[in-house]
Design a protein around this ligand. Structure first.
Ligand SMILES: Cc1cc2nc3c(=O)[nH]c(=O)nc-3n(C[C@H](O)[C@H](O)[C@H](O)COP(=O)(O)OP(=O)(O)OC[C@H]3O[C@@H](n4cnc5c(N)ncnc54)[C@H](O)[C@@H]3O)c2cc1C
Length: 358
């Protein structure tokens, strides 16, 4: 039985641990005091099958079965609506097509979301099969599964040095020394930093900040049955959240890996874009946060062994899709490591492989 260390206790690392643990001795090392502290604790928790590039969409689709059925399922129906102003017709049409949305009338849109201003909103499109993901439940299910097969999960274990000798990795961490045969890099925004430590050629990931504000619903409506809704070109989006709305400026500002926080000006600008299409003003925010969505240069995930050392595996570049792709991405990681056939096509596996950057 090979022994495997996964660096990173976010959704990527923990889902991979769950899939591999029945077949190997797995240890997860996480720097923070708690798991899912970074991107995985800050998402909008949406499942949109037609989101991301074609390769990401394959992973979304391949994850549906697990998300729907495993452990009773973690999806609940939400729906999705795109809103556009008069001058945005062209972008509206191409975006509605890309997201698989059907155009609806202004009055239908208003019926679904009474807050919108039909004076400003000229076009709307909708689909009902977009879901919320119970991200906490999904994470806990993977964690429980991993632990039930003996996975050790060590928090406060920051990996500070990685060396390779006699076919084994040696790690020095804030919790002591570890050694393993196979190392999996699931460090999110720190993907390249971790590779550099291990002497592996970096792949030029970029972490981009995305912020979210929580607001009481303008006009005092009950939003619980509202869909996720947003402006064209991802200029903002909003979603019901425990009786309030979360609103994101949907920004992509490149940052160094860090504990990200929301920028007040960016938030205010995003809220203004949202507010412009609504009938009532936003009076205040109740909280806000930001996280890093980390993309590879072609915006597909990177899954597989490094070209310079086949005992180093990448599981990185989850971007804005880490939860909705987790089931299929972790399954593929496990299949590659265990040399098993995968359910994904050869083309998709190649498009995810780190070797595409050679
Ligand atoms: C605002 C926002 C909205 C989003 N909305 C959605 C959504 O609706 N649906 C969706 O599917 N996805 C969404 N995402 C994306 C999703 O959250 C991420 O893709 C996913 O959480 C990435 O998971 P990860 O495990 O790769 O990274 P992380 O959760 O960041 O985990 C990486 C971990 O590695 C640890 N680490 C790094 N270096 C070291 C080291 N040297 N030693 C030990 N540990 C280390 C870090 O501390 C961190 O905990 C959103 C993200 C944001 C920010």
């Amino acid at each position: 039985m090979s022994d495997i260390i996964i660096i990173g206790g976010g959704i990527a690392g923990i889902s991979a641990a769950a899939q591999i643990a029945p077949h190997a001795k797995v240890t997860v090392l996480e720097r923070e005091d708690e798991l899912a502290y970074h991107a995985s604790g800050r998402s909008a928790a949406a499942f949109i099958e037609d989101y991301g590039n074609a390769v990401v969409r394959e992973l979304n689709s391949a994850s549906v079965d697990y998300l729907t059925n495993a452990n009773g399922g973690v999806l609940s129906k939400r729906g999705m609506m795109l809103l556009a102003k008069k001058e945005e017709r062209e972008d509206f049409q191409s975006e509605a097509k890309s997201f698989g949305l059907n155009e609806i009338s202004k009055s239908e849109a208003k019926e679904k979301i009474p807050l919108i201003s039909t004076k400003i909103v000229s076009y709307s499109a909708y689909r009902k099969d977009v879901s919320d993901i119970d991200t906490d439940l999904l994470f806990q299910n993977f964690l429980k599964e991993a632990r039930s097969f003996g996975t050790l999960v060590h928090t406060k274990a920051e990996v500070n040095s990685i060396s390779f000798e006699k076919n084994r990795w040696n790690l020095i961490t804030t919790k002591g020394e570890y050694s393993c045969e196979i190392l999996i890099n699931a460090t999110g925004a720190w993907a390249d930093h971790t590779a550099r430590m291990a002497g592996i050629e970096t792949l030029k990931f970029t972490p981009y900040r995305r912020s979210i504000a929580r607001i009481p619903v303008p006009g005092g409506f009950d939003p619980n049955d509202w869909p996720l809704f947003g402006g064209v070109n991802e200029s903002w989006y909003a979603k019901p959240d425990a009786g309030q709305l979360i609103v994101s400026p949907a920004e992509e500002d490149p940052l160094e890996p860090q504990d990200a926080w929301a920028d007040d000006i960016i938030l205010a600008e995003g809220i203004a874009r949202f507010e412009e299409l609504m009938e009532h003003p936003v009076e205040r925010t109740t909280s806000n946060w930001a996280g890093l969505r980390t993309f590879s240069p072609d915006r597909s995930l990177v899954i597989g062994p490094a070209k310079d050392n086949p005992q180093f595996y990448w599981l990185c570049g989850q971007g804005g899709y880490g939860f909705q792709t987790a089931a299929a991405a972790s399954q593929l990681t496990s299949d590659i490591i265990l040399s098993r056939p995968t359910q994904l096509s050869k083309d998709v596996c190649e498009a995810l492989s780190p070797k595409r950057f050679l």
